[in-house]
Design a protein around this ligand. Structure first.
Ligand code: FES
Length: 118
């Protein structure tokens, strides 16, 4: 399968804040780090385009700062609305985070050890 991995930031750069907005071409991407995983979401909320990178990480979800919709980090699913925020495939190689906007997440590739996060 053809992939389109784009180099974004190091795990260390993301790790300080656990949230980061990056641009990939014309697409704003919100990166999140929770536990030992890194997640990539389309940054602009599907509701009214607020930046999810300015949201709050809580219990495996990102809470939008606009109207508090809560998107599951694994799936992008918002249970109360029965809607999904677009999410993207992430991989980490040599402490560098890559995203592929053409692929859905495969979280088997995203795990990082705590040692890598320090
Ligand atoms: S803009 Fe995200 S919940 Fe309204």
């Amino acid at each position: 399968m053809e992939t389109n991995w784009t180099r974004l930031v190091t795990v260390r750069e993301l790790g300080r804040r656990r949230k980061l907005r990056v641009e990939v071409g014309d697409t704003a991407v919100a990166l999140f780090q929770a536990d030992d995983r890194i997640y990539a979401f389309r940054d602009l909320c599907i509701h009214q385009d607020r930046s999810l990178a300015k949201g709050t990480l809580l219990h495996g979800r990102v809470i939008c700062p606009g109207h508090q919709w809560a998107f599951d980090l694994d799936t992008g699913y918002e249970e109360d609305q029965d809607l999904c925020q677009p999410t993207y495939a992430v991989k980490v190689e040599d402490d560098v985070v890559y995203v592929d906007l053409t692929r859905s997440p495969d979280y088997a590739e995203t795990a990082t050890s705590p040692a890598e996060v320090d």
